[in-house]
Design a protein around this ligand. Structure first.
Ligand code: MV4
Length: 450
């Protein structure tokens, strides 16, 4: 096993990674920005190095700073967590050429999947259903109009390097398509330094279902079932569940098979997630692949009993998968609520400030992945995730009751959080029956505000 690794992230995920390392007997070196010098995760690491000022561009996204820290700390591998550099193929390449193991897939696979148009084409070539649309970059109005007329309105313009719904635009007719095209290209150029866009038919009332896969360096690939991430707001996931309350055994078999097929087709290694949209008829379509550990990985851990971070580290170290597909279990139901420091009554603005009081829920079947504590100052520079509250119970009914109990126990004072929103969601009859799709939360919030 590695003797020491660098954790190139912050907050709850840095802590999450350090915890697994402790259990594996791997020493950790954490990194921090000036704004995180009092952070809790630093106290759990064996050592830490300050890599720059609060602004992420100059610290957690600063490749030379992180690589220097790695050299000073004399580590063998880097765990990137999620966000920041986790899906940066250039960073993975720099690690590879500096003889540092990047705990994730190869830079080659990351480059392939980072380009959503290429990922879409790869899926289609492997006979995996994709949403009707363009099979290469849409360069001009004529091409855009031609595709829109082929697939029919409404259509969705997506940025090839966007992912996670960032930079998406719906068009309902020729005029809005032509207008949105130029805007979408400019936005993509500004946000991702690449203006490539593609067009898909807009699937209304869809659900977001993703499959967790794990692959070693010897061609063994398994899936760990699906997660349902349909409850989103402005392309930010709010609540995730495993298994999905609306996926039939047949659909599960089909999407898991499709996920394995695409992972094998690209020689995928380490952990990854294949995302699908499921339409109202229950048909599934590949949308993209995420080449990182995801925020919502704990729901899969709870139902399978596995530790995905340990799997990542073992695989990166060159170990073989010690589990066959048939031995993967799925027990009960897990639900995760993302607790963000933001005000749902104030356009969901992120909320920086001091947490004056924090008291964490516990008890049977409750897991809290969080870096906050009483007296913690939420810095203004990063995303607003404070905590992930995860419950695991035998049935969905019990999981919902447990989540309700745990949300009511959670006390966070000093900053406003999404806890009240989560309570509303899990008590909504449509959530309880599982009858939710794309715009559930958006509609739901509108209703409550009227
Ligand atoms: C779509 C879509 C409708 N049609 N693509 C992609 C990334 C994810 N964050 C949202 N994405 C969507 N892609 C086509 N062709 C609708 C969404 C979507 C969505 C999907 C499932 C559940 C919630 C959603 C919320 C907003 C947008």
């Amino acid at each position: 096993m590695f003797s020491r690794i660098l954790v190139a992230n912050r907050g709850e995920i840095a802590l999450r990674i350090i915890r697994s390392c402790k259990e594996l007997g791997v020493e950790t070196v954490a990194v921090c920005s000036k704004a995180d010098e009092n952070a809790l995760y630093l106290q759990y690491a064996d050592a830490h190095i300050c890599i720059g000022p609060g602004e992420a561009e100059e610290s957690y996204l600063n490749i030379p700073s992180i690589v220097s820290a790695a050299e000073i700390a004399d580590i063998e591998a880097i765990h990137p967590g999620y966000g920041f550099l986790a899906e940066d193929s250039h960073f993975a390449e720099v690690c590879e050429s500096s003889n540092i193991v990047f705990i994730g897939p190869s830079s080659e696979v990351m480059t392939k999947m980072g380009d959503k148009i290429q990922a879409r084409r790869l899926a289609a070539e492997n006979k995996i259903p994709v949403i009707p649309g363009s099979d290469s970059t849409v360069e001009n109005q004529q091409q855009a109009l031609k595709i829109a007329h082929e697939v029919g309105y409404p259509v969705l313009i997506k940025a090839s390097f966007g992912g996670g719904g960032r930079g998406m635009r719906v068009a309902h007719n020729d005029i809005s398509l032509v207008n949105s095209l130029a805007v979408a290209q400019r936005e993509a150029e500004a946000a991702f330094k690449d203006s490539s866009i593609y067009i898909e038919k807009y699937i209304e009332h869809s659900r977001h279902i993703e499959v967790q896969i794990v692959a070693d360096n010897y061609g063994n690939v398994i899936h760990l079932g699906e997660r349902d991430c349909t409850i989103q707001r402005r392309h930010q996931k709010l609540l995730e569940q495993a298994p999905s309350p609306t996926v039939s055994d047949q659909l599960r078999e089909d999407i898991c098979k499709a996920a394995l097929k695409i992972a094998k087709a690209v020689n995928y290694t380490n952990v990854g997630t294949v995302e699908f949209l499921v339409d109202e008829e229950g048909k599934h379509y590949f949308i993209e692949m995420n080449t990182r550990l995801q925020v919502e990985h704990p729901v899969t851990e709870m139902i399978t009993g596995m530790d995905l971070v340990k799997e990542q580290i073992r695989i990166a170290h060159g170990e073989r998968l010690n589990l066959r597909q048939k031995k993967v279990k799925s027990e009960g139901v897990a639900i995760e609520c993302r607790i963000n420091a933001e005000d749902p009554n104030n356009s969901f603005r992120p909320y920086a400030g001091k947490i004056t009081m924090c008291s964490v829920p516990g008890g049977r079947g409750v897991r809290v992945d969080s870096h906050i504590y009483t007296g913690y100052e939420v810095p203004p520079y990063y995303d607003s995730l404070l905590s992930k509250l995860i419950v695991h119970q035998k049935s969905r009914e019990d999981a919902i009751a447990c989540m309700r109990r745990a949300l009511n126990e959670y006390r966070i004072e000093g900053v406003k959080t999404t806890i009240p929103l989560h309570l509303k969601i899990i008590m909504d009859p449509r959530f309880i029956t599982g009858d939710v799709h794309t715009d559930f939360v958006e509609n739901f919030i509108d209703e409550k505000e009227q």
